[in-house]
Design a protein around this ligand. Structure first.
Ligand SMILES: C[S@@+](CC[C@H](N)C(=O)[O-])C[C@H]1O[C@@H](n2cnc3c(N)ncnc32)[C@H](O)[C@@H]1O
Length: 317
């Protein structure tokens, strides 16, 4: 059983109701805890971290998608494709079969909706992939994704993107300004079929609080997928990757986004993130059933590109 995480460090939050046309927000202020946490390599008061993280994503929002391609040479697209196809190998039959009504003249009942929550969903990379996969692979429009993100600028970029797709102004996609650590109150306990968080949980002040919230809102049997930067196990490759990260990425950030500091934070936050088994243990501590404590088939996580990126999966019992 998961316990509700009660650290006061996690309780500053933004809450709002979903908006199918775009984001809205209301934020309540954080109170001081006297404790510190890391922001990249710096120690900062816990209650300041969200503001600092908010500053990073406000700064990079308009160039975020371009930078993702620049930093990873487009490989982040493959990671995300693999992540989404692993999290949604199929739809449960009730979500894509259209049962014939007993009486052919009666109105066909509406299909149930497969509810996804993409937390720290930013500009919608994961949400759009989920909807595309459901439509293209399973011919289903009975999937709905709500994007929750703490940063208004990122949500605005997502909204612009969605406006160019066929999901715009449909119930299939909604944007909500909110905090992973204290999800908006309209997201009820046991209401979500699939919870995803990609490259977001690293930025949370309290990872256990975010995982505890994920556990709370998932239905029993619902799945969680976390995509994050991992640790490269091969020592030679690890050092090469470290050099690339610290020497090249802040410079690229300066060139493409006019902002080296935000990308310096990015590489530092990756260094501070738990190892793959440590993160798997955090998922278990939150109550999730995971695979065995190993990488790959039957394991709690799967590495991409030698562990530069990893995905962890779990199920709410
Ligand atoms: C690196 S971006 C990832 C965006 C998207 N998931 C993707 O894969 O492209 C990280 C996102 O996490 C959001 N974020 C950071 N802390 C958050 C929190 N506590 N709650 C919700 N979102 C958060 C940021 O605003 C940002 O949009």
């Amino acid at each position: 059983m998961a316990t509700r995480f009660a650290s006061s460090s996690t309780q500053s939050s933004a809450t709002s109701t979903p908006d199918h046309a775009g984001p809205s927000s209301s934020t309540r202020p954080a109170s001081g805890t006297g404790r510190t946490t890391h922001f990249g390599f710096r120690d900062v008061p816990e209650e300041e971290k969200e503001t600092l993280v908010g500053g990073v994503f406000s700064s990079v929002a308009s160039s975020y998608d371009l930078m993702n391609d620049g930093m990873s040479l487009g490989v982040h697209r493959l990671w995300k494709d693999n992540f989404v196809s692993s999290m949604l190998p199929r739809l449960p039959p009730s979500y894509h079969q259209h049962p014939e009504p007993a009486n052919p003249s009666s109105v066909r009942p509406a299909n149930p909706k497969f509810k996804c929550l993409d937390v720290a969903g930013g500009t919608g990379d994961i949400a759009l992939r989920i909807l595309d996969r459901a439509r293209e692979k399973f011919a289903s429009r009975d999937v709905e994704v709500e994007i929750v993100d703490l940063n208004q600028g990122m949500l605005d970029e997502g909204r612009k993107r969605v406006a160019k797709t066929l999901y715009y102004n449909t119930p299939q996609i909604a944007f909500t300004h909110g905090n992973a650590q204290s999800l908006p109150s309209h997201i009820a306990d046991n209401s979500i079929d699939l919870y995803t968080i990609a490259f977001g949980i690293r930025n949370c002040t309290s990872i256990p609080a975010a995982l505890s919230e994920a556990y709370r809102v998932l239905k029993p049997g619902g799945k969680i997928g976390v995509l994050e930067f991992g640790k490269v196990s091969n020592p030679l490759l690890r050092e090469a990757y470290r050099q690339y990260s610290f020497q090249f990425i802040p410079i690229l950030g300066k060139i493409l986004a006019g902002d080296a500091d935000s990308y310096q934070y990015l590489v530092e936050s990756i260094e501070k993130f738990p190892t793959q088994p440590e993160f798997a243990q955090l998922m278990r501590d939150a109550g999730f059933q995971t695979g065995q404590m190993k990488e790959g088939r039957g394991g709690a996580w799967r590495d991409f590109t030698f562990g530069v990126c990893s995905m962890w999966t779990g199920v709410k019992a």
